[in-house]
Ligand binder design. Structure first.
Ligand SMILES: *Cc1c(COP(=O)(O)O)cnc(C)c1O
Length: 390
């Protein structure tokens, strides 16, 4: 009764070692500041909670929901896309609800890949692109994201035989873990590439609303022809501080939306309708919660930038998302530096190699603790390591 080969072959859990250290430190009563988790600490806005509270009493919401989502939910998504991106979506055929976007990102591989089929996956990247591919029996071809290329994959570097064999391409802007955005010419190149090689583009876009300095990140679907080749995953999680509620959507190419919806109708039964009503409220209600959250992240970003500069880093602050991506000092790798910071400062940072081979030599900081704790984290780090060399 052994687990499947796909399970056995999953890459080792890179955070295991650091998690052991965290629990040891906690047992010793050490006060840990966690800059590791990308989970908003700001509560869900009150009007969204109120809508949930009302909806939960309605018996109509106690039954199985439709697996693709309430039409009203899909309409609200379409309206939101029109308002925010000027993208037209048919709520009936081009929108499907998800139990959080992670669910759809993992399942798209099951809906599209046969044994040995290839996904093109960014490295560093959110681990689910590769893991979903592996669990579905596929193989990942990694596309390095390098600083000298503005952390965009170089499509010309993908060998033609790999591109011909690939069925899916995952991209993610604003990017986790790097915090950069993509421009329209890049998205248009991706559309061309996907057309040439008959690839479904899966753009993971949970951070389009979390941006700094007034920047408005783009939807992939704003690129001409994008809907012919791709879908976009979106989520209430980060935009409305709703990570615990589990609701998102996939939008775009009608065939892909139908395939994913059909797959899901066989494995889950949709999102609790009261949560769908809360999400409708989120999308249609007042949007000032987004500006408020961004103002909070902007303040924390300044603290992180000043803290890093004081220790000798020359880093570009993130343009969007709520992550700082920075190189480790000379003499360390991602894991040893994260361990040092945990042991000497009681601060958790995420080792970059957890996001892939090209993340080695970097670490990630999440701006998801309050500004006093943030400041304390950097004061402790400065006290522990002082100024560092690169
Ligand atoms: C947080 C996150 C998600 C998942 O969000 P959910 O909608 O909560 O499942 C997807 N992709 C990236 C890159 C993320 O950081």
């Amino acid at each position: 009764m052994k687990e499947s080969l796909a399970m056995q072959n999953l890459p080792p859990y890179l955070f295991a070692r650091i998690e052991k250290k965290i629990s040891e430190a906690k047992e010793q009563g050490i006060d840990i500041i966690n800059l590791g988790i990308g989970d908003p600490d700001i509560p869900t806005p009150r009007h969204i909670i109120d809508r949930m509270a009302q909806s939960i009493y309605d018996p109509a919401n106690h039954q199985y929901p439709s697996s693709v989502g309430l039409l009203e939910y899909r309409q609200a998504v379409a309206e939101w896309y029109k308002r925010r991106f000027d993208v037209d979506l048919d709520p009936k055929s081009e929108v499907v609800s998800l139990l959080g976007s992670k669910e759809g990102i993992a399942h798209i591989s099951f809906a599209y890949l046969d044994q040995g089929d290839i996904s093109l996956v960014p490295d560093p990247g959110y681990p689910v692109y590769n893991i979903g591919t592996l669990l579905a029996g596929g193989k990942s071809h990694f596309m390095p994201l390098k600083e000298e290329n503005a952390y965009l994959p170089i499509l010309e570097d993908i060998p033609a035989e790999i591109a011909r064999a690939a069925k899916l391409m995952f991209i993610n802007y604003p990017n986790n873990p790097i915090g950069v955005v993509a421009d329209l010419p890049f998205f248009e190149k991706v559309v061309e590439f996907a057309r040439t090689y008959d690839i479904l583009v899966c753009h993971d876009a949970p951070y389009t609303e979390m941006a700094f300095d007034g920047l408005k990140p783009l939807s992939f679907l704003q690129a001409r022809g994008a809907k012919e080749v791709g879908i976009e995953f979106h989520s209430m999680s980060k935009t409305y501080n709703m990570t615990g509620w589990r609701i998102g959507c996939a939008v775009g190419n009608a065939y892909a939306v139908e395939v994913l919806g059909r797959f899901k109708s066989n494995v889950d039964s949709g999102v609790f309708q009261a949560i769908q009503y809360a999400a409708i409220e989120a999308m249609r209600g007042p949007q000032d919660c987004i500006d408020n959250a961004n103002a909070i992240y902007t303040e924390r970003r300044s603290i992180a930038l000043a803290g890093l500069e004081r220790m000798g880093w020359k880093v570009k602050p993130p343009q969007a998302s709520f992550y700082f991506w920075a190189p480790v000092p000379k003499g360390y790798n991602s894991a040893s530096f994260a361990e040092l910071i945990l042991e000497k400062a009681g601060v958790i940072i995420t080792p970059g190699n957890g996001y892939g081979e090209y993340g080695e030599g970097y670490f990630r900081i999440a701006l998801t603790v309050g500004k006093e704790r943030m400041q304390e984290a950097f004061d402790r780090m400065y006290a522990a390591i002082g100024r560092v060399d690169f």
